[in-house]
Write a protein that binds this ligand. Structure first.
Ligand SMILES: [Zn+2]
Length: 140
């Protein structure tokens, strides 16, 4: 049984990521579905919020081309779109923070503030400091 030798990876989603993921699902994403993957992790698939509406037919519009994949190194979600039909979803993966930014600036700022409060923004983290904090810290 080779599979039992390999340490099973786990989605260790932070409560902040979970909360904002659910907000994003409820407000912005259509046809959300959880899909198990071979490594024991799961991923979330949905209509790409950036290019999904561009589909020519109803079934094309409902195709789940957007995905949140668990990234073990970042310990967070990374967004990809298989169609890459718009500037926002082209050019490789997006960190969860960049994904939220592309969906809703205000929501992303709330996310950055929560992350900042938990001490997980800035250098060495996958989330920049909140914009409002940066302004306060400018000494010019
Ligand atoms: Zn897309």
């Amino acid at each position: 049984m080779k599979a039992s030798v390999i340490a099973r990876s786990q989605v260790t989603e932070s409560p902040i990521d979970e909360r904002f993921r659910l907000i994003a699902f409820n407000r912005y994403l259509k046809n959300v579905k959880e899909v198990p993957v071979a490594s024991g992790l799961s991923k979330w698939v949905f209509c790409c919020p950036f290019c999904g509406a561009m589909g020519r037919t109803e079934s094309k519009k409902n195709e789940r081309k957007g995905v949140l994949l668990w990234n073990v190194l970042q310990n967070s979600w990374v967004f990809f779109c298989a169609r890459q039909g718009s500037a926002e979803c082209s050019g490789g993966g997006k960190t969860f923070e960049k994904f939220l930014s592309a969906l809703d600036d205000d929501l992303a700022e709330q996310y950055r503030i929560d992350r900042w409060n938990s001490g997980t923004t800035g250098k060495g983290h996958n989330c920049p400091d909140p914009i409002s904090i940066k302004k306060v810290n400018k000494h010019s």
